[in-house]
Design a protein around this ligand. Sequence first.
Ligand code: ZN
Ligand code: ZN
Length: 301
Amino acid sequence: MKQAVFLSFGKELYLNRPLEKSSEQIKSFIEKNPSYKSILIFYEELLKLQEAIKPSLNVPRVHVKKDVLNLQAREGFSLLNKEDFIVDIPSSVNLFESICRTGKNANEKMKENIQFIEEAILTKKLDPGELLQKHYDISYIDRVAGEYRIDKAILNFLIHMSIQPSIHANVENVKEFVDLKNWLRGYCPICGSLPQISTLKGEGQRYFLCSFCGFEWHSERLKCPFCENRDHNKLHYFYEENKKVYRVDLCDNCKHYIKTIDSRELNYDPDLYLEDITTIHLDILADKQGYKRPAPTPWGI
Ligand SMILES: [Zn+2]
Ligand SMILES: [Zn+2]
């Protein structure tokens, strides 16, 4: 029965893509750009670990408040707050532990930080269940990172990857309540988070991928998602050399940027998380030009 819930996952949830599809893409990315090899192999291992816990995941249906449903699109209310998401803590702790084991082989920085985390857990100073349960609590995460000398971006990344299967299960349970027709905002209609990346498909419609819950929603093409600026004199973009598929949209009003993948230029259905990882060089270029990325970068890089 639990398995059936996962099999019914919608297409818009990238985590639910068949693993083989992402593996194929990873292989071809590594061939084209070997410098991404270690990070991509780690990413593939994470996908496999997440996949392995899905059948035993236990996430009951989350309750959406009636007044939120009524006011949603008109007032711009997201269906849930981050703390409303139901997280299967025992499964997530198992996943966290296996991600930490694997992560120690990913790179030196990850290894060092995971050792700090493991030490705090072993000496019973840090409870992994509490850590994952309080994923939304910024001051708690700040305190843990500071107390055990853990890099905050890496800590957030490990937490996020561990609770992600639960988060996606919540999305599956509530997505039918989203009024997508009337929602053209720059933040996620399910959880209110900012987009991580955007994509163009079909006849050039623009979609955003939520940086927290992985939901994908349709929005206006010529608008900054972060400040809603529509003034085209303040909206610019640049492409990766001669490759129209990878674009960086810049806003001079708020000085933020978002990467946009033009799926129409690709001969495969892209895994946007993967595309985000393999275009980190574009984040560096945008940063050099003085633009900031409001959503976390993959792996906290
Ligand atoms: Zn979301
Ligand atoms: Zn803006």
